[in-house]
Design a protein around this ligand. Structure first.
Ligand code: ATP
Ligand code: MG
Length: 564
């Protein structure tokens, strides 16, 4: 993973800063520091993969480090389960926060004491105050996009009184909602974020890491930028909705640096467009609804756009990294077609996945001129473009399984696979001639041409149009195979009337009992294969048993949605 990603406007900023020696005075071994700051209140999704690839990719390519920081300032919605799954997902994508012999995993909650000290500092300089208005009064006095706000009657409280009240808030002497700490900036600012934003709210709530140590919790705007500065982050990359928060991000850090509380150079916030996909919903609220109402089978359902789901589906970290490089980084929101991600998965799986034979909709075929009990071994390459991956034996015998769609009693126009009187080639095997079909046993009858075996002299004197796959019935094994497709059938689920559930694809999961070639019996969980003519599959990591794997389809061989 040493290859650098293509250039983009964020990379240009980093290169410019490095050329100007902006961070040299700090004498940090890391040339730049970025961070990925998830709130541990849910599972990561495809959109987070973009942020992860971007932040860790910058650090990798410019001799820096990317911090994994849990932005766990909100006590009621966060859980250890999410922390663990986020750690797994970032590692799975191939990134590490270990560098220079230490871990760069952090928790915003570890800065609660520091942040509180900074808050007292701002209060003592007259830059923050305790407001005792009700939430409704505060809302009413905040103004609108076109109209400035009104000062709170508590805005001119003296420093001593503010400090006393803040300490009482911290000590737990006030009920939730009775007071808040606000930055004293400008109630008339055209930017609503600067109209004396909240810094602390009283919440008598248990926190998953700090327990009951705190009953005031910092707001996102107060905690986020200051945490960046504490960690000496150089480039704080975030999504566009924070653009209007940037003046506030800078205000807090500037004031603290002026007061000698933070070291310069201060971090720079840079915004990029969040990733939106067609045929996908990424909003946390909608994902929760899909799971809770059981439209899917859990957070790791292969149809969900979560990273645990993607992994289970057989998507690969390499595919995600290629995708992130390919789509680049934009300054304006846009939609990426899901097929772009699917193509990246296909490309990587085409490279690495060994080829195997699976008959997904089995129909029995008997070769009447082939001796009972005889078995011979045909050979099939593990990868057509990679001869070094070798070949494997495919046992051939009198009774085979073929795909039901490879036989037609009365052939449609242009159909050139099996029908009475027609010849086809069995891949890596012989040419067959169909003699009929036995309805009672649902079996296709054929004769084989003994001197037509693939790879033997004269085999290609037989010119046939059809080439079908097969497994020997005596040697194949039955397995559950899940054919996953897109979860939504509309490019913008819910666009019509807001009801995104109406756009669920009823065929997003189909389960079949397939017949698989012998080599697939030993597939290990998370091993990938191309099932010839069908697509890319992975052995399911939860339901597979030793000797009895279950397979999930990651992606079809070709985009079947493009023509719809
Ligand atoms: P919430 O709606 O709860 O804030 P979130 O999706 O923003 O959820 P966070 O845990 O705050 O989740 O996100 C962590 C990081 O991932 C943030 O830096 C955020 O900007 C980034 N991120 C989240 N969604 C996307 C997306 N769709 N595209 C790119 N980056 C994203
Ligand atoms: Mg967020």
């Amino acid at each position: 993973m040493s290859t650098a990603s293509p250039s983009n406007f964020i990379r240009s900023i980093v290169e410019h800063d490095l050329a100007a020696n902006k961070f040299a005075i700090r004498a940090d071994w890391a040339k730049i520091r970025t961070r990925f700051p998830p709130e541990p209140n849910g599972y990561l999704h495809y959109g987070h993969a973009k942020s992860i690839c971007l932040n860790f990719g910058l650090a990798r390519d410019y001799g820096g480090v990317c911090h994994l920081r849990f932005d766990d300032t909100n006590p009621t919605k966060e859980e250890q389960e999410y922390v663990d799954s986020i750690i797994d997902a970032v590692r799975w994508l191939g990134f590490s926060w270990e560098a220079n012999g230490t871990s760069h995993q952090f928790f915003a909650s570890n800065y609660f004491a520091k942040l509180y000290g900074f808050a007292e500092h701002l209060v003592s300089r007259g830059l923050a105050y305790v407001d005792s208005q009700s939430a409704d009064e505060m809302r009413a006095s905040r103004g609108t996009l076109t109209q400035g706000g009104r000062n709170s009657p508590y805005r001119d409280r003296g420093v001593e009184e503010n400090l006393r009240l803040l300490r009482e808030m911290r000590e737990g002497r006030h009920a939730d909602g009775t007071h808040i700490l606000r930055a004293k900036i400008d109630m008339d600012s055209p930017n609503i974020n600067l109209r004396d934003p909240a810094m602390y709210r009283i919440r008598h709530a248990h926190h998953h890491r700090t327990g009951d140590a705190w009953c005031i919790y910092p707001t996102y705007d107060w905690a986020h930028g200051v945490s960046d500065a504490i960690e000496h982050i150089t480039h704080s990359v975030c999504t566009l909705e924070f653009q209007d928060h940037r003046p506030l991000y800078d205000w807090f850090n500037e004031k603290l640096a002026e007061g000698g509380q933070l070291e310069r150079p201060l971090p720079q916030q840079i915004e990029f467009a969040r990733l939106n996909f067609t045929y996908v919903v990424l909003s946390k609220r909608k994902l929760i609804q899909l799971v809770e109402e059981k439209h899917v089978e859990g957070w790791d359902d292969p149809r969900l756009p979560t990273l645990v789901g993607a992994r289970r589906r057989g998507y690969t970290p390499e595919g995600f990294r290629t995708f992130c490089d390919r789509i680049g980084v934009a300054k304006a929101d846009s939609w990426i077609d899901l097929s772009v991600l699917e193509d990246c998965m296909r490309e990587h799986l085409n490279e690495v996945a060994p080829r195997r034979i699976a008959v997904l909709d089995p129909l029995k075929l008997v070769i009447e001129n082939y001796p009972e009990g005889k078995v011979e071994l045909c050979e099939a390459p593990n990868h057509p473009q990679k001869p070094d991956l070798g070949k494997r034996p495919l046992p051939f015998s009198r009774a085979l399984w073929i795909e039901r769609e490879d036989y037609q009693q009365v052939p449609a126009k242009g159909y050139f696979r099996l029908f009475p009187g027609n010849r086809v080639r069995l891949r890596y095997g012989f040419v067959l001639e169909c003699t009929g079909y036995d309805k009672a046993t649902d079996t296709v009858r054929c004769n084989y041409l003994e001197d037509s075996r693939s790879g033997t002299p004269g085999a290609d004197t037989y010119k046939v149009k059809g080439n079908i796959h097969w497994v020997s019935a005596a040697h194949s094994h039955t397995a559950e195979v899940r054919l996953y497709d897109r979860l939504f059938k509309a490019p913008h689920p819910g666009a019509e009337d807001g009801d995104f559930l109406k756009d669920l694809n009823p065929d997003s999961k189909k389960v079949v009992r397939a017949q698989l070639e012998p080599a697939l019996r030993d597939a290990k969980p998370e091993e990938h294969f191309q099932f010839e003519r069908h697509g890319y599959f992975v052995a399911d990591c939860i339901d597979s048993k030793p000797g009895a794997p279950v397979f999930n389809r990651a992606v079809t061989l070709r985009d079947s949605w493009a023509k719809k």
